[in-house]
Design a protein around this ligand. Structure first.
Ligand SMILES: C[S@@+](CC[C@H](N)C(=O)[O-])C[C@H]1O[C@@H](n2cnc3c(N)ncnc32)[C@H](O)[C@@H]1O
Length: 202
C-alpha cells in the first residue's frame, strides 16, 4: 500500500463533501452500473459493500436487497452516506467502519460488492482481502475497480500512481480462484477499468 490506511481515510474524508460530483467519468459510471447489475440481489439477500464511500453501490443494490451493510475506513465518506440515506428515507442500509481485511461484520452475507476501492491495497494485501471476503462465504463477489487488462499506457493512467496500486486482471482472478471461487463474468470497461464476478464453487 502506497499510503497508510489512516492517510487514505483522511484523504477521502477531506474531499467527501465533493466526492459524488467529482465522479463523473464515463468509466466510473459504467463500472458502478455493471457492479449493481451483476450483484443482482434477491429480496432476501444481505449485501456487504466494502469501500462503500458515499454509498453509490450500496444505494444501487438496496432497491432489491433485503439489507445492505456498507463498510469504509473514512468517517467523512460514511457521514455523507448516512446523510443521503436519511434524506432519501432509505432504511435497509447501514454504514459503519470496516476494512477489506477486517470488514467488521459478523452476520450472514449473500453477496459482497466493491467498486473503485481495492486498488488502494498492494497485491499481497488484495489477496488477504479476497481471502477475508471468501471467509464470509458469500455466494457471489462483484469487484469493479481499476485493473489492468493490458500493459497500461504510462501517458494515460486512469489512476494516481502516487497513491493507487492497481492489479492485473490475472492476479485478481487467480486470488479469487485460490479462495474457492470461479470467475463467471469479466467486463472490460476500458483497458484499465473492469468488473470481475466470482461465484462460490459448490
Ligand atoms: C474511490 S472511493 C469509492 C467509493 C464507492 N465504492 C464508489 O463506488 O463511489 C474509495 C473508497 O474506498 C475506501 N477505502 C480505501 N481503502 C480501504 C480499505 N482498506 N478498506 C475499506 N475501505 C477502504 C476509501 O475510504 C473510499 O471511501
Amino acid at each position: 500500500m502506497k499510503k497508510s490506511l489512516d492517510e487514505h481515510a483522511d484523504r477521502f474524508s477531506d474531499h467527501a463533501a465533493d466526492y459524488d460530483e467529482s465522479q463523473n467519468s464515463p468509466e466510473y459510471r459504467a463500472c458502478a452500473d455493471l457492479v449493481v447489475a451483476h450483484a443482482n440481489p434477491q429480496p432476501d439477500d444481505v449485501v456487504l459493500d466494502l469501500g462503500t464511500g458515499t454509498g453509490a453501490i450500496a444505494f444501487g443494490v438496496a432497491e432489491t436487497a433485503e439489507s445492505v451493510v456498507g463498510r469504509d475506513i473514512s468517517d467523512g465518506m460514511l457521514e455523507q452516506a448516512r446523510e443521503k440515506a436519511d434524506a432519501q428515507g432509505i432504511e435497509n442500509v447501514e454504514f459503519g467502519e470496516g476494512r477489506f481485511r477486517d470488514p467488521g461484520f459478523e452476520g450472514n452475507v449473500d453477496i459482497v460488492t466493491s467498486n473503485f476501492a481495492m486498488h488502494h491495497l498492494a497485491d499481497d494485501e488484495k489477496r488477504e482481502a479476497i481471502d477475508a471476503i471468501a471467509a464470509l462465504e458469500p455466494r457471489r463477489i462483484v469487484l469493479g475497480d481499476v485493473m489492468f487488462f493490458d500493459e497500461p499506457n504510462p501517458e494515460d493512467p486512469f489512476y494516481s500512481p502516487e497513491v493507487d496500486d492497481p492489479a492485473t486482471v490475472g492476479m485478481l482472478a487467480d486470488a479469487f480462484t485460490d479462495a474457492g471461487y470461479a470467475i463467471t463474468a469479466v467486463e472490460m470497461v476500458s483497458d484499465q477499468v473492469g468488473v470481475l464476478v466470482a461465484e462460490q464453487l459448490d
